[in-house]
Design a protein around this ligand. Structure first.
Ligand code: SF4
Length: 463
């Protein structure tokens, strides 16, 4: 309990485990909180830096406020997992609650501890509800927000369970389905979707980090902001989590719709369905963006399409830091994976591989290294799949918002790809050098950009 991890910790998991252990220790000891809480926190979180520790303390306080110790409520600190066993397929599906409370009425509250923003998935809910005993109810306890939500029984539970059993029982290798979930997958540098751009092998024991095109903009502005997002996974300031602005929401809707509709013989039904689910203003903006897309696509002579919304990227090795169980730092290579979603890929008329980026916002230009990211990602993927990297890659930036849409085309020849790779190598070196267990070590840079930073409040407390 409370041991310092030796690899790059999954901070979301470390915090969850720490909060669970704190809660368990708290229920088992009747001393007053003023005496007990500091002792528990020191014992279980003493190895954490002050910022991480603050997060855990806030989460723990959230639980104590939500579930005070009550003499007539029995607490099970280690309830068994709820499981569904399918003997025919030799499959067991499990969902593990953190705690169970038995109330004086006899009702049993089975609690899933939630220290982040995500709740129980529909798949887990289906397993929980499969064998539900009378008088039992399941809740997600969101301790950061101080609220609990009942976990509903999914309407299509039998179908979900059937699908889970079938998927778990499938023999042979699973199909790779890259997506935004890759950011939380430790296998990303090894699965082949984001291959090492300079060759070599990434071992299971190699520390890894992932970075998106959005965060690339920030590495040279403030390292702390990127490190807190990608490496230390510190939660964002709550009040800064705002509703998506109208334009951003329409842009996301366009990207989702375009991913399904581009390349389809008759895209109109897909577009019509998306418009039906939108407000009238969103629907008309979606229509306009789509018409502009078609106009540019036609002007470019309808390229040969290969894919839409393809998650691609590449991995670079850079010298970094590893911390052993005694807290000593060692130098070791770290795998830094650069990832982007390529809106559309295909070939130009002469066979040049092309990547299309749809720009639906007001900002006109590519972000820092954005076009380079698309070009190197496409080149790496082609190289790793065909055995021979392409001579050049064209990146098309489609500005869809203006009345008069237009395309900016950049061609990356081999030399350009090599120099882009060198720029990514520099970024990888910076990121690999961040201390994995000390979120206060990456340098910060205060400036006008702090106004839009979602870590501003915590950052101000730890300067
Ligand atoms: S508030 Fe400013 S200095 Fe602090 S992490 Fe954000 S950008 Fe960096």
């Amino acid at each position: 309990m409370g041991e310092k991890p030796t690899k790059t910790p999954d901070w979301n998991l470390e915090r969850w485990k720490a909060v669970r252990d704190l809660i368990a220790g708290w229920y088992g000891d009747d001393r007053p909180d003023s005496e007990l809480v500091p002792e528990l926190v020191e014992g279980l979180c003493g190895w954490m830096d002050a910022a991480q520790r603050e997060v855990v303390e806030q989460l723990f306080a959230g639980w104590r406020a939500m579930y005070p110790k009550l003499a007539d409520v029995a607490v099970d600190l280690d309830p068994p997992a709820v499981s569904v066993i399918d003997h025919a397929h030799r499959v067991e599906l499990k969902a593990k609650p953190a705690f169970t409370l038995t109330h004086p009425s006899g009702e049993v509250e089975v609690i899933r501890l939630r220290t982040g923003s995500g709740g129980t998935s529909q798949a887990e809910a289906a397993v929980l509800h499969q064998e539900k005993a009378p008088g039992t109810f399941f809740v997600d306890a969101f301790v950061a927000a101080g609220s609990a939500e009942e976990i509903a029984d999914p309407v299509d539970r039998p179908a979900i369970v059937e699908r889970l059993v079938a998927a778990a029982g499938e023999p042979g290798p699973r199909r790779l389905i890259p997506g935004v979930h890759c950011f939380s997958c430790s296998s990303a540098p090894r699965c082949g979707q984001y291959p090492p751009a300079e060759g070599g092998r990434v071992f299971n024991s190699t520390r890894s980090l992932m970075v998106s095109k959005t965060l690339l903009d920030w590495v040279d502005v403030c390292q702390r902001r990127v490190a807190w997002d990608r490496l230390h996974q510190l939660p964002k300031d709550r009040d800064d989590e705002m509703e998506l602005g109208g334009r951003l929401a329409t842009g996301l809707l366009f990207h989702r719709t375009a991913a399904a509709a581009i390349g389809v013989e008759d895209p109109e039904p897909i577009l019509a369905a998306a418009m039906r689910e939108s407000s009238p203003s969103e629907a008309s903006e979606l229509r306009r963006l789509w018409d502009n897309h078609v106009r540019l696509w036609d002007e470019e002579g309808r390229p040969e399409l290969r894919s839409t919304e393809l998650w691609a990227g590449f991995t670079l090795m850079a010298p970094g830091i590893r911390v052993d169980s005694r807290g000593r730092s060692h130098e070791e290579p770290v795998a830094v994976t650069f990832v982007g979603a390529l809106d559309a890929t295909g070939r130009e008329a002469d066979g040049t591989p092309m990547v299309v980026e749809h720009r639906t916002g007001a900002g006109g230009d590519h972000g820092h290294l954005e076009a380079e990211l698309y070009a190197v990602s496409a080149a790496s993927l082609i190289g790793s799949r065909s055995g021979s990297p392409p001579e050049r890659v064209a990146v098309h930036l489609h500005h869809l918002r203006p009345e008069d849409p237009h395309c900016e085309r950049r061609v990356f020849e081999r030399d350009d790809l090599a120099s882009a790779l060198a720029s990514f190598g520099r970024v990888a070196g910076v990121m690999a050098g961040w201390h994995p267990v000390d979120s206060l070590s990456p340098p910060f840079q205060v400036g006008p950009w702090c106004g839009s930073c979602h870590h501003r409040r915590r950052c101000e407390r730890f300067r």
